[in-house]
Design a protein around this ligand. Structure first.
Ligand SMILES: Nc1nc2c(ncn2[C@@H]2O[C@H](COP(=O)(O)OP(=O)(O)OP(=O)(O)O)[C@@H](O)[C@H]2O)c(=O)[nH]1
Ligand SMILES: [Mg+2]
Length: 153
């Protein structure tokens, strides 16, 4: 068992499906105002997933929330264009404030068809995946891929 705990920060506009995604990982281990912590074990390594539920964009970018992050999971709803703009902004600011880290941009398709086009012009460290938050198999595949990039660093 790897004793180091990795921190993943889960961010995105209100209602894009962050908590639904987090619920695929494990039960909530800790709940504080504006943040829920989930614990997830992958390949013998422990990940703490910080869900920024109910926070404003600015709060999410607070130093405490982002401090020590090993990776970012940024969620957007491709049917809500502004949530993609927020996602790009969050990625840019997180890289500036807490450092460039492996990042998953998860497009939650809300059970609809996959988006016609995936966003481009994203930094190298960002992997874009389409998944329905209601389907944990897709979510887990996307987060596993992120975890493996973190563990390989
Ligand atoms: N059908 C369907 N509903 C979804 C999906 N993802 C999220 N929802 C629903 O959309 C609503 C918002 O999802 P949440 O997971 O609470 O979104 P959130 O990003 O955590 O929202 P905040 O914490 O308010 O920022 C809930 O009612 C979910 O059940 C999905 O893939 N399919
Ligand atoms: Mg939430």
């Amino acid at each position: 068992m790897d004793t180091a705990q990795r921190k993943l920060c889960l961010m995105g506009d209100p209602g894009v499906g962050k908590s639904t995604i987090a619920a695929c990982l494990d039960q909530i281990r800790d709940e504080r105002p504006g943040v829920s912590l989930h614990r997830w074990i992958h390949a013998g390594s422990e990940f703490a997933v910080w869900d920024s539920g109910g926070r404003s964009l600015l709060d999410t970018l607070g130093q405490t929330f982002l401090a020590g992050a090993d990776g970012y999971i940024v969620v957007a709803d491709p049917a809500r264009g502004e949530s993609l703009d927020t996602a790009r902004q969050l990625i840019r600011h997180a890289f500036e404030l807490a450092g460039r880290r492996p990042t998953l941009l998860l497009l939650n398709r809300f059970d609809g068809p996959p988006p016609a086009a995936l966003p481009t012009d994203l930094p190298d460290d960002v992997e874009v995946r389409v998944a329905s938050a209601a389907r944990c198999d897709e979510v887990l595949a996307a987060i596993t891929s992120l975890a493996e990039r973190i563990l390989a660093r």
